[in-house]
Ligand binder design. Structure first.
Ligand code: AMP
Ligand code: GLY
Length: 423
């Protein structure tokens, strides 16, 4: 089989690494890819949002399966473009990817089908939003309706902050058209868990759980980022929590989407908050998480290509999803200054240390090869993942492996997996 992957981050590197292990696959391409992905795949110079060009490439090169890693092309309808040409593609169609593309849509869906989530209101005018905030309790959460690179969520402690937030999102349009509508939501407390699940339109099979660390600095301080590190499994995601989520969240979401005529095929990412009143949905994404994928896939036993195909063919019931009884931790090595201003183009040393070391992985995110040398090329540069017999062992291994790598403005959080000590 020939497989094409669309994306260029650490998530896509982990997906490429996992696909490369499938006996079914002879050749992998990645658009646009990065310096690490190039080890498994031929990287091609087409951007993820060049939907027609991607489909042209798949047609011309007789690609058997395309896997979409990123949210933007999914929300823009890349799956519809491929299907219209009779090409096999893994991911939700546009009418299902809206579950990530519009927070107003996903909140209305959860309300209509009684899926547990925070109470909310939706606004399309700043005046109405501010009038509502004047009588609200704080803290409160403001969410731009559309895609905003994970940055469109503001937690506001005071009315002043919230008014400023409404201005940023709705009037200054910091996130562009994503801020045409605003969701204002009840603030929830608890542990956060990410659960990614394979879906075939009817059935849903969750993978093992993970936890992300979204803030830039230790102690969950600083700005929100794409994610600074992850661990898997989450010790807080107990059997009891899983049973509740299977019944009231995962299958309920699949059924709701089906009833709406929006059958969901692909990976549904459920961002959950384990509140004192039980698990509630924080958000849905229509794709694998980044950097959740970097801790989940190294623990997965199945041939991922078989799972992708079962989802597309509506045969997920034939798959017995299995994960190793171990743990994984991923620590992101970023460029100092991320998610704001940072320099790039620095040579990266030590990548070869990972070669041949079982249970240690270095997944590239913002890297590129210049004259045969790998240099930094983004905010999140690398994700260092290590396995361990348990979470503490995995964390020790991952932090040790972060020392094998050096580059000029290397920055990492030092407390990834701190919550493990509280379990
Ligand atoms: P989202 O992009 O919706 O996952 O939001 C980003 C982050 O904001 C989440 O990972 C949470 O840490 C936080 N967040 C979002 N919604 C809420 C909420 N209703 N209550 C508390 N924290 C929230
Ligand atoms: N790690 C969060 C996300 O992928 O959206």
């Amino acid at each position: 089989m020939k497989v094409l992957i669309v994306g260029s981050g650490g998530r896509e590197h982990a997906i490429a690494w996992k696909i490369a292990q499938s006996d079914k696959v002879d050749k992998i391409y990645c658009a646009p890819g990065n310096a690490g992905i190039a080890e498994y795949a031929e990287c091609i110079d087409i951007k993820a949002m060049e939907l027609e060009k991607l489909a042209d490439f798949a047609q011309e090169n007789e690609i058997d399966l395309t896997v979409i890693g990123m949210d933007d092309p999914l929300v823009a309808g890349v799956v519809d473009v491929f299907e219209a040409r009779g090409l096999r593609v893994f991911g939700p169609r546009k009418n299902a990817a809206i579950i990530e593309g519009s927070k107003a849509f996903s909140k209305d869906l959860m309300k209509k089908y009684n899926i547990p989530t925070a109470a909310y209101e939706t606004f399309d005018s700043a005046d109405a939003a501010i009038a509502y905030l004047e009588t609200a309790d704080f803290p409160i959460v403001l969410k731009a309706d559309g895609l905003a690179l994970g940055k469109g969520v503001l937690i506001c402690n005071t009315l002043e902050e919230a008014k400023e937030g409404v201005k940023t999102i709705m009037l200054d349009k910091q996130f562009g058209a994503a801020g045409d509508k605003l969701v204002i939501e009840e603030f929830m407390t608890g542990r956060e868990v990410s659960v990614l699940a394979f879906c075939d339109g009817t059935r849903i099979k969750p993978m093992t759980s993970a936890q992300d660390h979204k803030r830039a600095k230790d102690g969950d301080q600083g700005l929100n980022t794409g994610g600074m590190g992850t661990f898997s499994p989450s010790p807080f995601y107990t059997k009891e929590v899983d049973e509740f989520c299977e019944k009231y969240i995962y299958q309920a979401t699949m059924d709701a989407m089906k009833k709406e005529g929006r059958d969901f095929v692909g990976v549904l990412f459920c961002g959950l908050m384990l509140t004192p009143k039980g698990p509630k949905v924080l958000e849905y994404n229509a794709r694998f998480g980044d950097p959740e994928t970097q801790v989940v896939l190294p623990r997965m036993k199945n041939d991922i290509v078989e799972v992708f195909e079962a989802c597309i063919d509506g045969k997920l019931n034939e798959i017995d999803l299995q994960f190793e009884d171990n743990a994984a931790v991923c620590v992101v090595l970023a460029s100092d200054g991320y998610p704001e201003h940072y320099e790039k183009g620095f040579p990266i040393e030590g990548l070869e240390t990972f070669k041949g070391k079982d249970g240690y992985y270095v997944f590239h995110a913002g890297t590129k090869a210049v004259d045969g040398k790998v240099v930094t090329n983004g905010g999140r540069v690398l994700g260092v993942t290590a396995l361990g017999t348990d979470l503490k062992d995995a964390r020790k291994n991952a932090y040790a492996a972060t020392e094998w790598i050096s580059f000029a403005n290397k920055y990492k959080r030092n407390d990834i997996g701190k919550a493990i000590d509280e379990a």
